[in-house]
Structures are given as structure tokens and as C-alpha cells.
Design a binder for this molecule. Sequence first.
Ligand SMILES: [Zn+2]
Length: 82
Amino acid sequence: MAKNKSKRKKINKPTSKKYKFFTISGDSVKRARACPRCGPGIFLMIAKDRAYCGKCHYTEFVGKPTPTAVKVETKEVKKAKK
Ligand SMILES: [Zn+2]
């Protein structure tokens, strides 16, 4: 087989955008919401209706009741009908 003479083009890694999660106001540093499972340093992605962790797939819904709360409510309704 002929040797592949073309070398791979060097592509620089994208710049880390973690600095966007920190806002400095005066002397104090404000941090964005961190993941409760992964701990500080792992930040949640903020969407319009939820917060999501890309590392452990932890999702937190904003403005809506948590899925566990909904399940409890439905169970209570079923019991009431019986
Ligand atoms: Zn996480």
C-alpha cells in the first residue's frame, strides 16, 4: 500500500468557557449553580425551563413541580377514587 503522505491538520482545542460561570462583583466572586451530585466545579446548563448537568445528566426543572411530587399527587388521587 502507498504511504499516506497527507499529515493531519492541527486543530486547536476550543477554549474552555468555564470562566463564564463566574461573575466578579467588587471583592466577591459569584458562581453559577453547581451540580448537587457532582459538587462544586461542575456547573449546570441553564435552559429556559430546566437546569441540566452534562456530566451526570442531572436535570432540574424550573417553574414546574418535580417529577416525584407529581407521582405522589397522582397516587393520592387514585386512593381517593377508591
Ligand atoms: Zn452532575
